[in-house]
Write a protein that binds this ligand. Structure first.
Ligand code: CO
Length: 169
């Protein structure tokens, strides 16, 4: 399992919901968590490992405890607004400022098929919004402030060129 890097088109596709929690789902979730820790990320979404399914893994505190796998997550409530820095494992070297809701309420399922209702604030809230965007083919570059977009334009172009080169070789 590897991280899919921008501008691979799978990152732009809307994922399909998970209908059944089978061995593939369990194995992919486990591998995604391992990869996320290895890359020192705080979240990872299915499309970022080439799997167009509605599953995200999150560990905003990095303590490897509690619920970390969220299946078919949906934001049902959001409140406030906060501008802060963000990065993404699919965009190496790029960070930018993005406005997000300050607090969100998320409904999702865990690997046991139990429904979870999570109220998240701070970094956790931001990570949920970022990862759920991935499930809808939305990327953080779409939401960056125009100043951040401008300062990252060259780096984005380089990622696009690198991708085309790898494709051509
Ligand atoms: Co991301």
């Amino acid at each position: 399992m590897n991280i899919i890097i921008y501008p691979d088109e799978i990152l732009r596709q809307k994922t399909s919901p998970i209908e059944e929690i089978d061995d593939t789902v369990r194995k992919n979730a486990e591998d995604m968590l391992k990869l996320m820790y290895k890359m020192e990320g705080v979240g990872l979404a299915g499309p970022q490992v080439g799997w167009s399914k509605s599953l995200i893994v999150i560990d905003a505190s990095g303590d490897k405890e509690g619920e970390r796998v969220f299946i078919n997550p949906v934001i049902v409530e959001d409140e406030g607004i906060l501008l802060s820095d963000e990065g993404c494992l699919s965009f190496p070297g790029i960070t930018g400022k993005i406005s997000r809701a300050d607090e969100v309420e998320v409904v999702a399922y865990n690997l046991k098929g139990e429904q979870l209702k999570i109220t998240a604030g701070g970094l956790l809230s931001r990570v949920f919004q970022h990862e759920i965007d991935h499930l809808n083919g939305k990327l953080f570059i779409d939401k960056m402030t125009s100043a951040s977009g401008l300062s990252n334009a060259q780096k984005l172009k380089e990622l696009e060129q690198r991708y085309r080169k790898v494709r051509a070789s």
